[in-house]
Design a protein around this ligand. Structure first.
Ligand code: UDP
Ligand code: MN
Length: 326
């Protein structure tokens, strides 16, 4: 037992000495530190690259449209066409509308800016919306644009924008895919139930619109499931005395009638008729919303905000921070 302990001690001593000598030898070796530093910085570089790739991927995922399930993809697409123009309430309108549309299955939002170029405000809003979208722009010719001082009924609005969307649809639709087009202005109020009605449109479907034409509502009159006339007070002799929000058109019908479009020169109140006249007759209209007895869309209009204090402060050079988007 004693001998064994001694042996252990000797082995321990020898190993320690050899270890120490090896360490001393290593210390004497010249070390290429620049080599070590270079590989360390290469490693950091690679990690940084990977990190930025992951950050981009995260951004992409955060901004990505929601992925439709197969059952959803089988539904006819609803193309919602929204003309929009820059003004104080624009972002508020578009946020509200986009968040309504998020609840609608298999929807594709076509936003057409009335502007000489796409704006950053609308581009970013769309990129962050999680919606499937197409972003277009075309500026209304100056002579057709409504001035601040003009009454709101003087000139039709959003005409060239809606026509551009029609052109885009005719050039870009996926063959054989069922789709319905609805002209959804940025300021109206839409019940989600409306989109269930829109989806089954065969040619042109119609329904009541609330708070329009100086009435609580306007609506198509239905007998035996057919439209036989219209409840409206203003210019009742128009071919289709209906608001833009009160109908939807099957994309097939627009493809079969490639010339059909909104007439920029249409007389006041005749814009809807200018498109519909070349697509259907009254008897062919498909009444929705319980034979046109339910109001599922409202022609709301947003009050123009007063900026009295802002203007006063601006005169003193104390206006609000322009880098904060409203
Ligand atoms: N619009 C537009 N350019 C204009 C004015 C309006 O693109 O110069 C758009 C607007 O954002 C809306 C649609 O056209 O989506 C209808 O305009 P508005 O709501 O002012 O019309 P109204 O409700 O009076 O019919
Ligand atoms: Mn409006």
């Amino acid at each position: 037992m004693k001998v064994k302990l001694k042996n252990v001690f000797v082995i321990y001593f020898l190993v320690s000495v050899i270890g120490l000598m090896y360490a001393l030898l290593q210390l004497g070796q010249p070390c290429d530190c620049t080599q070590h530093l270079k590989s360390a910085s290469d490693l950091i570089h690679a990690k940084e690259k990977k990190l930025s790739q992951l950050q981009n991927e995260l951004k992409r995922l955060q901004g990505r449209e929601k992925v439709p399930e197969p059952a959803e993809q089988a539904l006819p697409v609803i193309y919602a066409v929204t003309p929009t123009y820059a003004r104080l309430v624009q972002k508020a309108e578009l946020v509200r509308l986009s968040q309504t549309l998020l609840h609608v299955k298999n929807l594709h939002w076509i936003v057409v800016e009335d502007a000489p170029a796409k704006t950053q405000l609308v581009s970013e809003l769309l990129a962050q919306s999680h919606l499937r979208f197409t972003h277009l722009h075309t500026e209304t010719p100056k002579e057709h644009k409504r001035k601040e001082s003009d009454p709101n009924w003087l000139k039709p609005r959003g005409v060239e924008q809606r026509n551009l969307a029609l052109q885009w649809l005719r050039e870009n639709h996926e063959l054989g895919k069922k789709a319905v087009v609805y002209f959804a202005d940025d300021d109206n109020t839409y019940s989600l139930r409306l989109f269930d009605e829109i989806r089954s449109t065969k040619r042109v479907s119609v329904w009541p619109v609330g708070l329009v034409g100086g009435l609580r509502f306007e609506r198509p009159l239905v007998e035996n499931s057919k439209v036989v006339g219209f409840y409206t007070a203003w210019k009742p002799n128009r071919p289709f005395p209906m608001d833009m929000a009160g109908f939807a058109v099957a994309l097939d019908l627009l493809l079969a009638n490639r010339e059909a479009h909104f007439d920029l020169l249409a007389e006041r109140g005749y814009l809807e008729s200018s498109l519909l006249q070349s697509l259907v007759s009254i008897e062919e209209l498909e009444p929705k919303a319980d034979n046109c007895t339910k109001v599922l869309v409202w022609h709301t209009r947003t009050e123009k905000p007063k900026m009295k204090q802002e203007e006063l402060l601006q005169k003193q050079g104390l206006g609000s921070d322009p880098s904060i988007e409203v």
